[in-house]
Design a binder for this molecule. Structure first.
Ligand code: SF4
Length: 128
């Protein structure tokens, strides 16, 4: 879900990470129109547009486990999260405690802070 609503002012050099070529893409707001240059393909153009308008990141962190073989389990979001929501998401994760046993890929927090993203386990964890 991406809103095209507001185009930020200014310009940015964005390194495309969609493929290993790593093109450097220039994105600029020229009188409300996005000018994108330097990409070699459409996927790169789309990546640079999103990164300029509404950057998102896969979040990786850990969650406390009440009765686990280890006290923490590594987790990640199953879809990229808007950058401005990362702090709020981390706070929610910090106050969460889950129970072992856990399987890699288990959803530990569904629709975290009302986003269209789940926090999932990055590994298995057995009980203590
Ligand atoms: S613009 Fe296209 S070719 Fe260049 S890094 Fe991105 S995906 Fe790869």
């Amino acid at each position: 879900m991406m809103s095209e609503s507001k185009i930020p002012e200014g310009n940015k050099e964005i390194r495309c990470i969609v493929c290993p070529t790593g093109c450097l893409v220039h994105v600029e707001n020229v009188n409300g129109e996005l000018v994108i240059e330097g990409h070699s393909c459409n996927r790169g153009e789309e990546y640079a547009r999103e990164e300029f308008i509404a950057p998102k990141r896969i979040l990786t962190t850990t969650i406390r486990v009440e009765n686990g073989f280890l006290p923490l389990i590594p987790v990640r979001s199953d879809t990229p999260i808007p950058k401005e929501k990362l702090q709020e998401t981390l706070k929610e994760i910090a106050v969460t405690e889950v129970k072992a046993p856990i399987k890699m890929g288990d959803i530990l927090i569904k629709n975290v802070i009302g986003l269209d993203a789940n926090i999932i386990a990055s590994r298995d964890l057995i009980e203590a």
